[in-house]
Write a protein that binds this ligand. Structure first.
Ligand code: ATP
Ligand code: MG
Length: 396
């Protein structure tokens, strides 16, 4: 019996990136290395347009599972590597297909090494013929086979495989630069963070805390959320901005219905300043059109007017049900629904403005010296670096 000995990593979208391709592959290689650092026995090889993980007898399931969270991977195949010799290829293919369940099969050959003496069709015929002669229970079905046996003849070796799973897609984390991501404790903003990371953008997070109106528990919740996101980015910087004074000043100086609009303008002013300080060319958030009063188009217009920095809203057009689905998939949902108040929920007015007017907003803001308050808040940011939980030492 022979065993699959490598995992073949395919890039998908990267192939369209021309001269940036090298940089993409290098970043992906480093991200894969980091994602697999807990596995002692693996070898990681970079080839022209694939990366190979040598299993060296380690079980493949946990490795595959870990790789499925690495963005920039299009597909993963569990492969057997052998010499580029048609006799060895056909014997290996026969041994591998015998381990599979199914009554019908198809052989699919890709010949990357154009100097190989046989063309794809010839290899297909030789291998399929050999399987048919030696496994009378198997039949060929080219349209809907139970087993698809793929063979790739490449420069360095031949690869045989039957199992392929999809990867996370997107781009390798880091190639897209960095965003200042607005993280509340809710369902939406961790999902938005994940979608940014999937496009290769790494994140720093900004959170506005209003103690004693918001409980300290919110911060534990954020840490837990970010520990889940550590799967995609192993070090995440969380900036906790004291927001209480600003919030109180707003409530002293503006009618209740305008408080959310003003509050969010202050949040964006703070996020903008911090983004500049931390070299993030964009801000991102979990806003979704129409979800609440502050997320109508008119509200977004008035709120966004305080900054020239692009604000990316990955969930702008996503329905709540779909957002919840993604949050369950990535594992943030159960943490997000823990009942801690955040500063928005506590101060939510009965009738917030859905159509705020810019000139009115500006009048209310003239009534207090918010710039000094913003400076003070920026000088009192608490920073936490979130990294994955150390593996708990297990006795016995
Ligand atoms: P979420 O589920 O992410 O909390 P939400 O539906 O509750 O979002 P809002 O409270 O209006 O919506 O917030 C919209 C977005 O503004 C959030 O997704 C987040 O990006 C940002 N945000 C809101 N509150 C805070 C906060 N306290 N700190 C940092 N960002 C915040
Ligand atoms: Mg919220």
């Amino acid at each position: 019996m022979i065993n699959y000995d490598h995992i073949m990593v395919r890039f998908g979208e990267l192939n369209t990136k021309g001269k940036n391709k090298k940089e993409f592959i290098r970043t992906l290689y480093l991200n894969i290395k980091n994602a697999l650092k807990d596995f002692a026995n693996l070898s990681i090889e970079m080839q022209y347009d694939h990366i190979y993980i040598g299993l060296n007898d380690s079980p493949y399931e946990p490795v595959l599972e870990r790789l499925q969270d690495v963005s920039g991977i299009y597909a993963l195949s569990l492969v057997y590597r052998c010499e580029k010799d048609v006799n060895i290829i056909k014997e290996s293919a026969l041994a591998l297909i015998k381990e599979e369940e199914g009554k019908t099969f198809k052989v699919k050959v890709k010949r990357g090494d154009k100097s190989f003496p046989l063309i794809s069709d010839e290899i297909t015929r030789i291998v399929a013929g050999h399987i048919l002669r030696n496994s009378p229970e198997l039949k060929v079905d080219v349209h809907n086979p139970d087993i698809l046996l793929s063979i790739e003849v490449r420069q360095e070796a031949a690869y045989i495989f039957t199992k392929t799973v999809l990867g996370a897609g997107g781009y390798p984390l880091g190639v897209g630069g960095k965003t200042m991501h607005m993280l509340s404790g809710g369902i939406d903003s961790p999902v938005a963070a994940y979608l940014m990371m999937k496009r290769g953008v790494s994140i720093e997070c900004i959170h506005f805390a209003s103690p004693p109106y918001t409980q300290a528990g919110v911060i534990y919740k954020l840490e837990d959320l970010l520990k889940v996101l550590n799967k995609y980015q192993s070090r995440i910087r969380l900036h906790i901005v004291p927001f209480t004074k600003i919030q109180e000043a707003i409530y002293d100086n503006a009618p209740e219905s305008y408080c959310i609009t003003l509050m969010r303008r202050m949040m964006f002013r703070l996020a903008d300043a911090l983004a500049k300080r931390r070299n993030c060319p964009v801000i991102s958030s979990g806003e979704s059109i129409g979800q609440v009063a502050s997320q109508t188009l008119q509200s977004m217009h008035v709120i966004n007017a305080v900054t020239n920095t692009p604000v990316i809203r990955p969930l702008a057009t996503t329905d709540k049900t779909e957002i919840i689905k993604i949050s369950r998939k990535i594992g943030t949902y159960d943490i997000s629904i823990r009942p801690y108040e955040d500063c928005c929920t506590i101060f939510t007015p009965k009738a917030p403005k859905t159509m705020p007017h810019m000139d009115e907003v500006e009048e209310f803001e003239k009534k207090f010296d918010y710039e000094t308050l913003i400076k003070e808040a920026l000088n009192n940011i608490e920073v936490k670096i979130i990294t994955p939980e150390e593996e708990k030492e297990e006795l016995l």
